[in-house]
Design a protein around this ligand. Sequence first.
Ligand SMILES: [Zn+2]
Length: 73
Amino acid sequence: MSFPIKVCVVCGEEFELKPNKPGFANRCPECSADEGSDLATKSRMDADERRSQSEANEARREAMRNLLYRKDS
Ligand SMILES: [Zn+2]
């Protein structure tokens, strides 16, 4: 899978614009990281963290369930 190539408005480097890239769409990841507001980044990270954590829990529960079923049969 390939992503559109953009030129960063800050440093002029080409970069791949990935759908979930944090920060500005016209800045490379490095320049986005430099300029990102700590608070906004942090709360977004927390939300992502929470979601991935609940996904992990869900996956673990699923695995446990599969294990139990396999034991019963
Ligand atoms: Zn840049």
